[in-house]
Ligand binder design. Sequence first.
Ligand SMILES: C[S@@+](CC[C@H](N)C(=O)[O-])C[C@H]1O[C@@H](n2cnc3c(N)ncnc32)[C@H](O)[C@@H]1O
Length: 239
Amino acid sequence: MPFDSTHPRDGLNDPEIADTLSRLHRDARRDRWVFARALPSIALGFLRGRSVFESAEPFLSDAYIPVSPELGRLMYQVARAAKARNIVEFGSSFGISAIYLAAAARENGGRFTGTEMLPHKFRIAESNLVSAGLKRWADIREGDALESLEPLDGPVDFVFLDGWKEMYIPILHLLEPKLADGAIIFADNIHSFRKTLKPFVDYVCDPRNSYETTVVPIGSGVSISTWREQSKEKPDCRY
Ligand SMILES: C[S@@+](CC[C@H](N)C(=O)[O-])C[C@H]1O[C@@H](n2cnc3c(N)ncnc32)[C@H](O)[C@@H]1O
């Protein structure tokens, strides 16, 4: 679908966006009951050295597990400032982060592409984009992102990784040939999945892999990387 740069720039204060986000962040508080049901498994996981999220994973099909409003706003602002037009998300759930990123795509005259493998979450995420008035600038692709993102056109300017953690590296590898020079990659849960995500953090911090990366202590830890395909400088990593 062609890019569309005709929309006025009213940002996250657009009433449809603000109302939808506030309803969804409120609904997402119900996640605590999902985690309560998962408690025995979390306790057992703790004894085996697993994180809360890792142990609760089998219970999460009805959970939002969304970004915080702070992380959503940060990604929105960074995507806006970077003028990112082709914005891609791995793991959209019910569409909260999708709304922040689709709003940035709309204002940058671009498009947002989300992904969600669970059919009921996919349908609700799509309808939440409609409620936010963003559907014209955004699509969620149903199914495994490794397949649904394969035909995606580049160059990709901004990526948010938030699906299951062992897939961050395969998804990044899939997207690398499509990344624009200077593309920005946000990845969530770096601290809450410290062990599972260590290979990912090592990868984006390895000077041979063309990223500059910082891990920041927002929520459960977020890595922010910049892809420098042509860079002659040694990329840097701080975490
Ligand atoms: C942490 S939630 C995403 C939350 C969302 N980014 C937000 O802030 O609202 C992770 C989601 O990724 C989805 N997911 C995990 N692996 C996936 C895959 N391989 N392809 C597509 N979706 C996937 C899960 O079903 C789940 O809904």
